[in-house]
Ligand binder design. Structure first.
Ligand code: FMN
Length: 447
């Protein structure tokens, strides 16, 4: 959507960052200027601005040579997770890049290792989206998008249409990994029905959205369910019992110690965790209109924050989950999500212990061909360290996280060791006949 630097309605929120968003006026102009029957048409400056941002940001990134998602040359990028082989670890995260057949097909054609569709529920008729629904936090240079807020709900497309499209994709791409994202109410029959009908499409796995921070809390769905371990206790059991294919539970970073819902899910037989979904946010206040963004009829509502700015938070949450999986649930998996735009960003999630890495906002900013630079950047990192496969370095950074108290203890120990190994003699009485030359040398400054 249009950003305010193009329309002159930006507001500044700090010395370093600018909050920009689509205004209603821009939306109206945009709608008025749409060509008849061309629903995907957008003013040329939108495409030009996006292409410029994307090409500048990704300039210099290595591009991988992929066939059906697998690296044709260089280090092997394939991973096997919960028995499913992914040609590369990059998975389209649930959201706009997995909304319908056309975009998911595009993802497979470009080489994405797997695709997770936009979250489906049984009653799409109850999902009412608004527009504008996104707002950006841009860097001071107005080029890089640091943060992204959405107030988008789950899929508003009829369940039977989404399921038919998943079936068609799986028939056309039998060897590629397709995962259905699901969300439902606290009702066993509804979960049984949704899971049964979804599995019939032939998808490889399910990801359960226990984590969308906005929309439908009144139906106790999404994060409202994922933050309530009592509800999760029942629901994860129903899901694990109903599913004959692997299931990942997608965790919220909001208002809960993320290991608590993770532990409930894994205890009840869920195969893997995915983290993070978006972080509850208010993108900013428009200093001209004095109204919050994104503005719908002059009003707004808190939304979900994503993109580069959330990566450090996502890494911290994934680190906690990865430690728990390593220590208590060996064999279960972790899908890392949050602010990944380059292969090196992804390498950090893998080093922390993730098995796969999901990308959502990155695709909205840079398009589906991003997969080529994600794989290229990851291969470049692997070559620098002479890693031949992802298994060789998965989780390698995890042992180096400890408590602050332990950091202090180790530092005191190191200082004491340095003092003990101090060079030179304290006084003339310390000279000995045997070590005389070494003792002399220990007090020379330019050895
Ligand atoms: C516009 C938008 C819509 C999203 N819709 C969904 C959704 O339907 N289901 C879901 O599980 N996550 C959804 N997400 C969350 C993403 O899958 C992802 O967890 C989050 O955005 C962080 O990753 P990112 O920084 O790569 O976007 C959405 C994110 C965005 C930006």
């Amino acid at each position: 959507m249009a950003s305010s630097h193009l329309s002159g309605s930006s507001s500044s929120s700090s010395r370093h960052c600018r909050v920009v968003s689509s205004s209603q006026q821009q939306q109206q102009r945009f709608r008025n200027s749409r060509g008849p029957g061309r629903s995907s048409w957008a003013p040329p400056w939108v495409a030009m601005a996006k292409a410029r941002e994307a090409s500048e940001f990704l300039a210099g990134e290595r591009v991988a040579n992929l066939k059906d998602g697998a690296a044709v040359d260089g280090p092997d990028l394939s991973v096997t997770v919960n028995g499913i082989k992914f040609p590369n670890p990059f998975v389209i995260g649930s959201g706009p890049p997995g909304t319908n057949y056309a975009v998911m097909k595009k993802a497979f054609d470009e080489g994405w290792g797997g695709v997770i569709c936009k979250t489906i529920s049984l009653d799409a008729g109850a999902v009412h989206n608004v527009t504008p629904r996104y707002a950006k936090l841009k860097a001071h240079d107005n080029k890089q998008v640091l943060g992204w807020q959405n107030i988008e709900l789950i899929s508003d497309r009829p369940t039977e249409v989404m399921l038919a499209e998943l079936k068609q994709l799986k028939e056309e791409y039998p060897d590629r990994v397709l995962i259905a994202s699901l969300m439902e109410e606290y009702n066993k029959d509804r979960w049984d029905e949704l899971i049964g009908r979804t599995i019939e499409t032939g998808v490889d796995a399910l990801e359960i959205n226990f984590s969308c921070p906005h929309g439908m809390p009144e139906r106790r769905m999404g994060a409202a369910m994922g933050q309530d371990c009592e509800l999760l206790q029942d629901v994860t059991k129903w899901i694990a019992d109903a599913s004959t294919i692997p299931v990942w539970a997608k965790m919220t970073p909001n208002d809960i110690n993320i290991t608590s819902p993770g532990r409930v899910s894994l205890d009840n037989g869920i195969d893997g965790l995915a983290a993070i979904n978006t972080i509850m946010s208010v993108m900013g206040i428009n200093l001209k209109t004095l109204r919050p963004e994104p503005s719908v009829e002059g009003y707004s509502t808190p939304g979900g924050y994503s993109a580069a700015a959330v990566r450090p938070i996502a890494l911290a949450k994934c680190m906690s989950l990865a430690k728990m999986i390593r220590d208590e649930y060996p064999g279960r998996s972790l899908s890392g999500i949050g602010g990944v735009e380059t292969g090196k960003d992804a390498a950090e999630f893998l080093l922390i212990g993730a098995d796969t890495v999901q990308v959502c906002t990155g695709v909205m900013l840079h398009g589906y061909p991003l997969i080529k630079t994600l794989c290229g950047g990851l291969q470049e990192f692997m070559e620098e360290h002479d890693f031949k496969s992802i298994d060789e370095f998965k989780g390698a950074a995890l042992p180096y996280f400890t408590t602050h108290a332990e950091l202090y203890r180790m530092q005191e120990e190191a200082i004491a060791a340095k003092k003990a190994a101090k060079v030179g003699l304290k006084n003339d009485a310390e000279w000995t006949g045997d070590g005389f030359q070494a003792e002399t040398d220990s007090m020379v400054s330019n050895n």
